[in-house]
Design a protein. Structure first.
Length: 201
Protein backbone atom coordinates (compact mmCIF):
# COMPACT_ATOMS: atom_id res chain seq x y z
CA UNK A 1 0.00 0.00 0.00
CA UNK A 2 1.36 3.42 -0.99
CA UNK A 3 0.14 6.70 0.46
CA UNK A 4 1.25 10.21 -0.36
CA UNK A 5 0.92 13.09 2.05
CA UNK A 6 -0.77 16.19 0.63
CA UNK A 7 1.75 18.91 -0.19
CA UNK A 8 0.02 21.19 2.30
CA UNK A 9 0.93 18.80 5.13
CA UNK A 10 4.63 18.62 4.24
CA UNK A 11 7.32 21.02 5.44
CA UNK A 12 8.10 23.82 2.99
CA UNK A 13 11.87 23.24 3.24
CA UNK A 14 13.67 20.13 1.90
CA UNK A 15 13.52 17.22 4.36
CA UNK A 16 16.96 16.46 5.82
CA UNK A 17 16.01 13.50 8.02
CA UNK A 18 13.11 11.51 9.38
CA UNK A 19 12.54 8.93 12.10
CA UNK A 20 9.60 6.61 12.78
CA UNK A 21 8.19 6.73 16.29
CA UNK A 22 8.92 3.30 17.87
CA UNK A 23 6.09 3.76 20.36
CA UNK A 24 3.27 4.98 18.08
CA UNK A 25 2.77 3.19 14.75
CA UNK A 26 2.35 5.49 11.77
CA UNK A 27 3.93 8.56 13.34
CA UNK A 28 7.11 10.06 11.90
CA UNK A 29 9.21 13.07 12.91
CA UNK A 30 10.85 15.17 10.21
CA UNK A 31 13.72 17.65 10.21
CA UNK A 32 13.35 20.18 7.40
CA UNK A 33 15.06 23.54 7.26
CA UNK A 34 14.94 24.99 10.76
CA UNK A 35 11.74 23.09 11.61
CA UNK A 36 10.94 19.86 13.41
CA UNK A 37 7.49 18.44 12.75
CA UNK A 38 5.51 15.32 13.64
CA UNK A 39 3.28 13.71 11.02
CA UNK A 40 0.62 11.06 11.61
CA UNK A 41 0.46 8.97 8.43
CA UNK A 42 -2.77 7.34 9.57
CA UNK A 43 -4.69 10.61 9.33
CA UNK A 44 -2.28 12.07 6.74
CA UNK A 45 -1.98 15.20 8.87
CA UNK A 46 0.95 17.23 10.06
CA UNK A 47 0.72 17.42 13.85
CA UNK A 48 2.79 19.55 16.18
CA UNK A 49 5.53 21.60 14.56
CA UNK A 50 8.15 24.10 15.61
CA UNK A 51 9.19 26.11 12.56
CA UNK A 52 12.14 27.61 14.44
CA UNK A 53 13.30 24.58 16.41
CA UNK A 54 16.86 25.36 15.31
CA UNK A 55 18.40 28.72 14.41
CA UNK A 56 20.13 27.11 11.44
CA UNK A 57 19.01 24.04 9.41
CA UNK A 58 18.35 20.85 11.35
CA UNK A 59 20.29 17.79 10.18
CA UNK A 60 18.89 14.85 12.13
CA UNK A 61 16.08 13.64 14.38
CA UNK A 62 15.92 10.47 16.48
CA UNK A 63 13.20 9.14 18.78
CA UNK A 64 13.98 7.95 22.28
CA UNK A 65 13.69 4.12 22.02
CA UNK A 66 12.74 3.65 25.68
CA UNK A 67 10.54 6.62 26.57
CA UNK A 68 7.52 7.71 24.56
CA UNK A 69 7.02 11.24 23.20
CA UNK A 70 10.69 12.21 23.39
CA UNK A 71 13.13 12.88 20.58
CA UNK A 72 16.52 14.47 20.02
CA UNK A 73 17.54 16.76 17.15
CA UNK A 74 20.72 18.44 15.96
CA UNK A 75 21.84 20.78 13.20
CA UNK A 76 24.06 23.44 11.72
CA UNK A 77 23.75 25.66 14.79
CA UNK A 78 26.02 23.25 16.72
CA UNK A 79 23.23 22.36 19.16
CA UNK A 80 21.70 19.09 20.35
CA UNK A 81 18.11 19.56 21.55
CA UNK A 82 15.65 17.28 23.33
CA UNK A 83 11.90 17.63 22.75
CA UNK A 84 8.59 16.40 24.07
CA UNK A 85 6.42 15.84 20.99
CA UNK A 86 3.28 16.71 22.96
CA UNK A 87 4.46 20.32 23.22
CA UNK A 88 7.07 21.48 20.73
CA UNK A 89 7.20 25.09 21.97
CA UNK A 90 10.65 24.84 23.56
CA UNK A 91 13.26 22.10 24.05
CA UNK A 92 13.34 20.22 27.34
CA UNK A 93 17.12 20.22 27.32
CA UNK A 94 19.83 21.68 25.09
CA UNK A 95 23.55 20.94 24.72
CA UNK A 96 26.16 23.01 22.94
CA UNK A 97 29.71 21.74 22.63
CA UNK A 98 30.52 21.20 18.98
CA UNK A 99 32.22 23.98 17.01
CA UNK A 100 30.65 23.16 13.62
CA UNK A 101 27.59 21.48 12.11
CA UNK A 102 26.21 18.47 13.98
CA UNK A 103 25.28 15.84 11.39
CA UNK A 104 23.78 13.08 13.47
CA UNK A 105 22.51 12.30 16.97
CA UNK A 106 21.66 8.84 18.27
CA UNK A 107 20.14 7.48 21.46
CA UNK A 108 21.70 4.42 23.03
CA UNK A 109 19.13 1.62 22.45
CA UNK A 110 19.69 0.14 25.92
CA UNK A 111 20.44 3.18 28.10
CA UNK A 112 18.60 6.19 26.70
CA UNK A 113 20.36 8.67 28.97
CA UNK A 114 23.36 8.21 26.66
CA UNK A 115 23.33 10.07 23.34
CA UNK A 116 25.99 10.33 20.64
CA UNK A 117 26.54 13.20 18.21
CA UNK A 118 28.86 13.51 15.21
CA UNK A 119 30.06 16.77 13.71
CA UNK A 120 31.98 18.52 10.96
CA UNK A 121 34.42 19.59 13.68
CA UNK A 122 35.70 15.97 13.25
CA UNK A 123 34.63 14.98 16.76
CA UNK A 124 32.15 12.57 18.29
CA UNK A 125 30.58 13.62 21.58
CA UNK A 126 28.97 11.39 24.19
CA UNK A 127 26.26 13.11 26.22
CA UNK A 128 24.31 12.22 29.33
CA UNK A 129 20.68 13.37 29.19
CA UNK A 130 19.56 11.67 32.36
CA UNK A 131 16.89 14.23 33.29
CA UNK A 132 14.87 13.42 30.15
CA UNK A 133 15.48 9.67 30.10
CA UNK A 134 13.50 6.62 31.15
CA UNK A 135 15.95 6.20 34.05
CA UNK A 136 14.86 9.54 35.52
CA UNK A 137 11.19 8.68 35.02
CA UNK A 138 11.59 5.34 36.82
CA UNK A 139 13.59 6.90 39.65
CA UNK A 140 10.97 9.57 40.21
CA UNK A 141 8.15 7.03 40.16
CA UNK A 142 9.93 4.80 42.65
CA UNK A 143 11.19 7.40 45.11
CA UNK A 144 9.19 10.58 44.51
CA UNK A 145 12.13 12.94 44.74
CA UNK A 146 15.40 11.67 43.35
CA UNK A 147 18.93 12.97 43.40
CA UNK A 148 19.46 15.66 40.77
CA UNK A 149 20.40 13.97 37.47
CA UNK A 150 23.67 14.65 35.74
CA UNK A 151 23.27 16.19 32.30
CA UNK A 152 26.04 17.27 29.94
CA UNK A 153 29.00 16.08 27.95
CA UNK A 154 30.51 12.84 29.20
CA UNK A 155 33.35 12.36 26.76
CA UNK A 156 34.79 13.70 23.51
CA UNK A 157 36.37 11.45 20.87
CA UNK A 158 38.82 13.06 18.47
CA UNK A 159 40.04 10.29 16.18
CA UNK A 160 38.85 11.60 12.81
CA UNK A 161 40.72 14.00 10.54
CA UNK A 162 37.70 14.90 8.37
CA UNK A 163 34.05 15.69 9.04
CA UNK A 164 32.39 12.92 11.04
CA UNK A 165 29.04 12.24 9.42
CA UNK A 166 27.59 9.26 11.23
CA UNK A 167 27.55 7.34 14.50
CA UNK A 168 25.98 3.98 15.37
CA UNK A 169 25.55 2.08 18.62
CA UNK A 170 26.26 -1.64 18.69
CA UNK A 171 23.12 -3.76 18.50
CA UNK A 172 24.52 -6.32 20.97
CA UNK A 173 26.90 -4.44 23.28
CA UNK A 174 25.33 -1.41 25.01
CA UNK A 175 28.69 0.25 25.61
CA UNK A 176 30.25 0.09 22.13
CA UNK A 177 29.73 2.43 19.18
CA UNK A 178 31.22 3.25 15.79
CA UNK A 179 31.71 6.49 13.89
CA UNK A 180 32.62 7.19 10.26
CA UNK A 181 34.10 10.26 8.60
CA UNK A 182 34.30 11.78 5.12
CA UNK A 183 37.69 10.18 4.37
CA UNK A 184 36.31 6.68 4.99
CA UNK A 185 37.84 6.20 8.41
CA UNK A 186 35.78 4.15 10.86
CA UNK A 187 36.52 4.34 14.58
CA UNK A 188 35.25 1.97 17.27
CA UNK A 189 34.97 3.31 20.81
CA UNK A 190 33.39 2.49 24.15
CA UNK A 191 31.59 4.35 26.90
CA UNK A 192 34.04 5.19 29.72
CA UNK A 193 34.08 2.64 32.51
CA UNK A 194 33.12 5.11 35.24
CA UNK A 195 30.00 6.07 33.27
CA UNK A 196 29.01 2.41 32.86
CA UNK A 197 29.36 1.79 36.59
CA UNK A 198 27.26 4.82 37.42
CA UNK A 199 24.46 3.54 35.18
CA UNK A 200 24.38 -0.11 36.21
CA UNK A 201 25.15 0.19 39.93
Amino acid sequence: MTATLPKSELPSAPIAAGCWDPHTPGVVALAAGTSISVIDTRSMKRGLVNEAAHVMPARDVHYNPRRANLLVTCGDGCKIKFWDTRSMVAPLLEFGGHTHWVWQCRYNPFHDQLVLSSSSDTQVALWCAESVSSAAAHEHAAHGSAQAPTDGQVSLYDEHEESCYTVAWSAVDPWVFASASYDGRVAINAVPRNVRYRIVL
